[in-house]
Design a binder for this molecule. Structure first.
Ligand code: GRF
Length: 218
């Protein structure tokens, strides 16, 4: 039997995306072994979620490292010791340096709660609302040397309602994140992701065939 893809997850916050990966792998829908969870934040819910699922977890607190690169070196060492194949950032609030990128070329992915290239960075649900956008969504992309700029793997579109607040919009986007992140990782596990420059194709995947209009035409 082919060995499972060895996935490591890096998170700083509550860890609901991590939880969706744990749940789907326990349900046999995601064919990976989650070998390690790392957080830079000792309070991160991700560490508890990993511990409850019996997954090795480590807090590497960035505050203990004077330079970003030293922190990244410690993270890379832990990832390499766990023989990590793929690194999934899931609400990991640190910028990835060259040291990290070069250790895992095209093997670091991220989930972002907006439809990139619109609204990179932080507080993006608020920015989408303030802009008056009719749609936002979420994006799974490869990580490159800038913030939220790497090649896009897949996206989900979420309509913005006129009565949305930052938190209602974030919750609806998060629901989609929990679907598309496991899917993207499963495609990696199946060896179906083909990267050519900025273009990522998923071998055998069906293209979406609906256009969305918001507000709806009458
Ligand atoms: C998600 O919205 C993710 O897209 C963003 O940070 C949030 C993390 O949420 N990068 P959680 O910790 O997975 O619940």
């Amino acid at each position: 039997m082919k060995p499972k893809l060895r996935l490591a997850v890096l998170a700083s916050g509550s860890g609901t995306n991590l939880q969706s990966l744990i749940d789907q792998s326990q349900q046999g829908k995601l064919d990976v072994e989650i070998v390690l969870v790392i957080s830079n934040n000792p309070q991160s819910g991700a560490l508890e979620r990993a511990a409850s699922a019996g997954i090795k977890n480590l807090c590497i607190n960035h505050r203990n490292f004077p330079q970003r690169q030293d922190f990244d070196r410690a993270v890379v060492t832990a990832l390499q010791q766990a023989k990590t194949d793929l690194v999934a950032l899931a609400g990991f609030m640190r910028i990835i340096s060259k040291v990290f990128l070069e250790a895992f070329p095209q093997r670091i992915i991220n989930i972002h709660p907006a439809l990139l290239p619109a609204f990179p960075g932080l507080h993006v649900q608020k920015k989408a609302l303030e802009y008056g956008a009719r749609f936002s969504g979420c994006t799974v992309h490869l990580v490159d040397d800038d913030v939220d700029t790497g090649p896009i793997i897949l996206q989900a579109v979420v309509p913005i309602h006129s009565n949305d607040t930052e938190s209602t919009l974030a919750a609806r986007i998060l629901e989609q994140e929990h679907k598309i992140y496991p899917q993207a990782i499963q495609w990696f596990a199946e060896g179906r992701i083909i990267i050519q420059g900025r273009s990522v194709t998923v071998s055998g995947a069906r293209s979406a065939d609906v256009a969305l209009i918001n507000p709806a035409c009458e």
